[in-house]
Design a protein around this ligand. Structure first.
Ligand code: FAD
Length: 286
């Protein structure tokens, strides 16, 4: 699908959500965002690799990204997915890949965020995080509010820097709230739970109700701006990103790059049908 998407030229639409195919392009976008007061997290796109070689190559790319961030002196950390590092092939190799990446990040005092994937990888991701945190404190993960288990997972992750999101994958009602209202209510609950416990919290959403809720919460509990941040995806609600930064909040943009963009791009389209019209337009008007 990735190859077919490229052949048919979907990349014209994807460029709204993907910062480029090379590290150079991505770093140049990060510089532009930093100049506007926005911090970043770079993600070298890729998931579900099929061989050990691909997994090791992906880990090498993550290290290249950390080196490039350091060399350019930009304000960005790194986000990655464990399936990209071979979780489905060999968990021990995936752990070794993570250790190589975290050693490099530690040398630069940088931070690495493990994105949360679909439910079938949730427990493995948390187990891996737990193992890694025994040796490294510069690693955190993501908790998805649509999962029934999110509240109890957060309880076990006190003092771990977490990014909290609604959740992007299609999950069974056996494990996830099917109704948006329930997801939003649980999202508010877990934001309060992690923030008020004193743990560093990244609230990653484009939903203004949730953003306003977080602003009220931090004001009520007198939580300093150094203990939380907002995060949004590259190319989505860019004005809102800027206004939060101008109001003095820490605002971080998730900047994906690389030529393996198809799955990421499709998730963004699925979230918002209006994006499909946008992409069709950009394919016709070149
Ligand atoms: P929604 O209720 O979906 O949207 C609120 C409003 O935001 C919409 O009305 C619309 O105006 C705008 N909006 C939302 N999505 C789009 C879009 N695609 N295009 C244009 N406008 C849009 N999910 C995971 O499962 N695992 C992760 O590791 C993960 N990491 C993330 C990292 C960041 C920085 C962000 C911002 C999201 C991440 N997500 C992740 C995705 C998340 O779970 C949601 O799927 C996504 O953010 C949409 O939900 P929302 O909170 O923005 O609220």
């Amino acid at each position: 699908m990735n190859r077919a998407a490229k052949k048919w030229g979907l990349r014209y639409g994807a460029s709204r959500f993907v910062a480029g195919e090379t590290i150079r392009e991505a770093i140049s976008k990060v510089k532009e965002l930093n100049a506007q007061g926005l911090a970043c997290t770079l993600d070298h796109l890729g998931e579900f690799v099929r061989s050990r070689e691909e997994a090791i190559e992906s880990a090498d790319y993550c290290i290249k990204t950390l080196n490039a961030i350091h060399q350019a002196g930009v304000d960005s950390n790194l986000s990655l997915k464990l399936t990209q590092l071979g979780l489905d092939i060999d968990a021990t190799m995936c752990h070794e890949n993570m250790c190589r990446i975290l050693e490099c990040a530690k040398q630069y005092s940088n931070f690495v965020r493990i994105d949360m994937e679909d439910y079938s990888h949730c427990q493995q991701t948390l187990t891996m995080l737990h193992e890694l945190r025994k040796e490294y404190d510069n690693v955190g993960t993501v908790i998805q509010a649509y999962l029934y288990r999110s509240e109890s997972d957060i309880k076990a992750l006190q003092n771990v820097p977490l990014r909290l999101v609604k959740g992007a994958y299609k999950e069974s009602p056996k494990v996830a709230y099917p109704a948006k209202r329930d997801v939003d209510n649980n999202y508010k609950r877990i934001i309060k739970q992690h923030l008020v416990s004193g743990s560093y919290t990244a609230v990653a959403t484009h939903d203004e109700h949730i953003i306003d809720y977080t602003k009220r919460l931090v004001s009520k509990y007198d939580i300093p701006h150094t203990r939380f941040e907002f995060q949004m995806l590259y190319g989505i609600r860019t004005q809102l990103q800027l206004s939060l930064a101008q109001e003095g909040y820490k605002m971080r943009v998730y900047v994906p790059y690389g030529n393996d963009w198809y799955a990421y791009f499709m998730r963004r389209l699925a979230e918002r049908p209006a994006n499909v019209a946008f992409v069709l337009k950009s394919m016709v008007i070149k």
